[in-house]
Write a new protein. Structure first.
Length: 152
């Protein structure tokens, strides 16, 4: 009878030890999770970006907004729109006027830059390079980082 009790006790201890190990692994994995917003890159992988998530949709990109002092606010945008301008207007991030050259942005994320007032304007960048086109004629490429910066 003692052998059977020892076997049962051994089985219970093994099961208990196994459950404790599983719980410890689960807790350690939760501590290692990325709290940043994943953004799809052109090769299909994801990159973590410390950004404010905005929008819903199949396509993801990053928008950096730099104010007059150079302070940058980053957004992780998700959208189904085709152009950067359409996505940003839909989310209420940009405001401006139509001109002969496309959308003339005057306000981004509540920050105004108006050349007629203080000779500042919103410059548009794609992956760190000055964009060859305006936001309203630039097709979104998933995983790309677009930037709008106040410049003089």
């Amino acid at each position: 009878m003692k052998k059977q009790t020892r076997k049962s006790l051994s089985s219970v201890c093994s099961a208990l030890l196994c459950m404790v190990l599983v719980a410890a692994m689960a807790l350690s994995l939760m501590a290692c999770t990325n709290t940043q917003n994943p953004v799809s890159t052109p090769d299909g992988s994801t990159a973590a970006v410390d950004a404010t998530p905005l929008g819903e949709g199949a396509t993801a990109f990053t928008l950096e907004v730099a104010d007059k002092e150079g302070k940058v606010t980053t957004f992780a945008i998700r959208t189904d729109k085709k152009t950067v301008g359409d996505a940003l207007q839909e989310l209420g991030l940009i405001e401006g006027e139509q001109s002969a050259y496309g959308l003339y942005i005057k306000k981004v994320n509540g920050i105004t830059a108006d050349y007629d007032i203080d000779q500042t304007y919103w410059a548009f960048y794609i992956d760190g390079k000055m964009a060859p086109s305006g936001v309203d004629s630039t097709d979104i490429v998933a995983g790309t980082t677009y930037a709008l910066k106040v410049e003089k």
